[in-house]
Ligand binder design. Structure first.
Ligand SMILES: Nc1ncnc2c1ncn2[C@@H]1O[C@H](COP(=O)(O)OP(=O)(O)OP(=O)(O)O)[C@@H](O)[C@H]1O
Length: 568
């Protein structure tokens, strides 16, 4: 738990965490010592003596205990405050440094749960929860040493109880820990099913899947319910047993103490010590379920901080041109390679079209250029510079990206285009919009440029969203444009606008297009035919058609399907 806490708080707060822990340990030790001093004080009082020396020493220790308690509490609150104010920023900075390939749906779900619940738990741990953990271990240990000092036989018995109680505590806490992991996984699944259910209402209603329930959601909720039920059934008896074990230890030590027949005054004082030995342990046992849950929360957050950021070069190199080169690139998401020995060159200000069957690795090529992932072998170079030798900022400055799944922010049309280059003038925005055909959309909308596009661009059609995305790319005016042509979203009108934008981009940028439309393929200076992660053929449209290879099949099939669509 403490290791995870250190990782989460980061090196800049390491010292504060150490100071806080030092005060906490000091408080727990002093609390144990103050209790130990009861033995000589009580013994003397019961013998009718006034132990002035011990009373002064006890008062001094109690005073130090109060100081330590105050310091520890204040340091804990200060840390909790730091957590509240800076942990989200630290988490945000860390996540922003991770490779884009990290952001899978599952990881995003985890991140969102940790960013809300996990960070609040860190605050709770530093403000409240660590105190019973440390005092539950350190104070009984100090008391045990004191008992050893006053009566070695009872001391040995007390020390022997420690590991036994620890094992029972672990046994109970582990059950809670395992149960909590299951409920967390079931909770994450149920949340994503709820989002899926809400997002896909249109499809579900169209297929009449809302009247008799949505089985995946019901199953997820049921498995969450059963995970919670299982955790409660399995952990409750163990937690009770943990608390009971502490009480049994207290009684056993009491009986053992009586059998030793010490002087009554000493016996009473020692029994008070034993009560102070088991008290913090009982408190720890009472909190163990919550503590294990907190430990799991902290661990999940620490795992995110453990993710390796994208390795940034010490100094970023500047490309000499907009030439794009893949040299012997091999890459796989897991063991299996998705791209194997892929080599090609896109000369500056030319257009290369990538074609190939679904799953052949077309999108993967664009992801490697954007450094969503780093290549397994070989290199991806822009203007002679390996993309790994450029800072993310410099690399992204080289690229304009238009992908199929365009996301627009819930803002105006104008603001969404301006995202391409925030400092652009109004004229530049209008010009980019004209090239991409967004001005035609603006003219149709009652609020024109000030029309809000809704969350994700929901108030625009798929083709219109892609036009806005092309306008952004035109406005950005980056040396290289990566474009994934929409397959189904573009109607002939949208398609015409995107083709027009592509032609005007060809004059100013190096274009790499995942091409689905025949006019794009024909217009390309070079076509790469990808098959199962390898480049099967390269050439111009005429060269590839005359060679009669795979490209010919692709061409014939596309002509047939697109011809059918146009006629209908
Ligand atoms: N994030 C990922 N993790 C694991 N495997 C992946 C991931 N993304 C893609 N793949 C796999 O890599 C292979 C190539 O995928 P890629 O998306 O590059 O193909 P594609 O040619 O663009 O396909 P499509 O035309 O259908 O978009 C596929 O087998 C795919 O299942």
């Amino acid at each position: 738990m403490i290791r995870d806490l250190m990782k989460i708080m980061g090196p800049e707060h390491r010292r504060s965490v150490e100071v806080y822990l030092a005060w906490l340990v000091a408080f727990a030790v002093l609390q144990g010592i103050a209790t130990a001093f009861l033995v000589p004080v009580l013994t003397a009082l019961m013998r009718g003596e006034l132990p002035v020396g011990w009373l002064v020493a006890t008062a001094a220790v109690v005073l130090f205990t109060c100081v330590a308690r105050y310091a520890q509490t204040m340091k804990g609150f200060a840390l909790a405050l730091v957590t509240l104010t800076s942990l989200h920023t630290r988490l945000g900075d860390h996540v922003a440094s991770l490779p884009l390939g990290w952001f899978s749906t599952e990881k995003i779900g985890r991140l969102s749960r940790s960013a809300t619940g996990g960070t609040m738990m860190v605050t709770n741990v530093t403000a409240h929860m660590l105190t019973p953990v440390v005092t539950g271990i350190v104070t009984p240990a100090t008391v045990a040493l004191a008992v050893l000092f006053f009566d070695w036989r009872l001391g040995v018995a007390v020390v022997a109880c420690g590991p036994l109680l620890y094992l029972v505590h672990r046994w109970a806490a582990n059950a809670v820990g395992r149960g909590e992991q299951r409920t967390d996984a079931a909770g994450a699944l149920a949340s994503s099913r709820v989002v899926e259910f809400a997002r896909n209402q249109q499809v579900l209603r169209a297929f009449g899947r809302t009247t008799d329930g949505y089985p995946p959601l019901e199953e997820a909720i049921e498995s969450q319910r059963s995970a919670w039920g299982r955790m409660l059934w399995q952990s409750a008896p163990r937690l009770l047993a943990g608390g009971l074990a502490v009480q049994l230890a207290f009684v056993a030590l009491l009986v053992f103490g009586l059998t030793l027949r010490p002087e009554p005054a000493v016996l009473i004082a020692l029994l008070a010590l034993i009560a102070r030995f088991t008290g913090p342990l009982a408190e720890l046992a009472g909190h163990s379920g919550m503590l294990r849950m907190a430990a799991n929360d902290l661990h999940r957050l620490a795992v995110i901080f453990d993710e390796k950021p994208l390795v940034e070069p010490e100094s970023s190199r500047t490309p000499s041109s907009s030439e794009l080169v893949f040299e012997d690139v091999t890459f796989g998401y897991a063991e299996q390679p998705v791209l194997e020995n892929v080599s090609f060159r896109v000369p500056p200000r030319t257009m290369t079209a990538i074609v190939g069957p679904s799953g052949s690795g077309k999108t993967t090529i664009t992801r490697l250029i954007m450094r969503f992932f780093d290549v397994g072998a070989g290199s991806v170079r822009i203007g002679g510079v390996d993309v790994r030798e450029m800072s993310t900022e410099d690399l992204m400055a080289q690229l304009s990206i238009v992908m199929q799944d365009v996301y627009l922010f819930d803002d105006t049309l104008e603001a969404n285009i301006l995202l391409g280059r925030p400092g652009a003038t109004e004229d530049e925005v209008r010009e980019a919009a004209r090239i991409a055909g967004v001005d035609e959309i603006v003219a149709r909308l009652p609020e024109g440029w000030q029309t809000r596009v809704g969350e994700g661009g929901a108030s625009l059609s798929g083709g219109e969203r892609q036009r806005v995305s092309v306008a952004r790319a035109v406005l950005k005016d980056a040396p290289i444009v990566l474009l994934d042509e929409a397959t189904a979203a573009l109607d002939p009108e949208n398609e015409r606008y995107v083709q027009h934008a592509l032609h005007s981009l060809m004059d100013r940028a190096t274009l790499l297009v995942i091409a689905h439309k025949l006019p794009t393929v024909v217009a390309a200076d070079q076509i790469l035919v990808l098959d199962s992660g390898r480049i099967a053929e390269t050439g111009t449209h005429e060269e590839l058609l005359s060679s009669g290879g795979r490209y010919t099949n692709f061409w014939v099939e596309r002509q047939r399907s697109q011809g059918w669509r146009l006629v209908s």
